[in-house]
Design a protein. Structure first.
Length: 153
């Protein structure tokens, strides 16, 4: 997966934050307006979106004379792919995974256990977390509030 530059990342953040999955997307003008404080030319934003389309990061659809853009994948799917790409950089994937697993917080480990349990088909009395309805969205484990998580760190 292609790594993104700062401006490409800012544009993708706008798309991920503004465009719901069911949306028809946003125009270049809407993206430029959402990048408030950057004072970018319309053509700069248009070029960035065109390059992101070329990289497969965004999908676009013609609407009259303009294009409407939306992310090709969720932010979580993109991050997961970056993590997989990092594992391919060399060395032992197993060693990198073990080191990563040992570096996560207890809450993050619970999320990983739930995801792995879901992949293994573990549902029922021995299952923890929300394996049955696991999605890309990350929620705190059942019975825990976000404030509890920050207290752990």
């Amino acid at each position: 997966m292609t790594r993104l530059g700062d401006l490409e990342r800012a544009v993708m953040d706008v798309l991920w934050d503004v465009v719901p999955g069911t949306s028809d997307g946003v125009t270049v003008r809407e993206v430029a307006d959402a990048l408030d404080g950057r004072e970018l030319a319309y053509t700069t934003v248009m070029t960035v979106l065109d390059r992101l389309a070329g990289k497969g990061m965004v999908q676009r659809e013609r609407e009259g004379r303009a294009w409407r853009y939306r992310p090709a994948a969720s932010r979580e799917a993109h991050i997961a792919q970056l993590m997989l790409d990092a594992l391919d950089l060399g060395g032992s994937r197993d060693a990198a995974l073990v080191r990563f697993a040992r570096s996560v917080t207890g809450t993050e480990a619970e999320v990983l256990r739930a995801a792995l349990g879901s992949e293994a088909g573990l549902t029922g009395p021995g299952a923890t977390g929300s394996e049955a309805g696991l999605t890309d969205r990350v929620d705190p484990p059942a019975g825990r509030r976000p404030a509890d998580e920050t207290a752990e760190r």
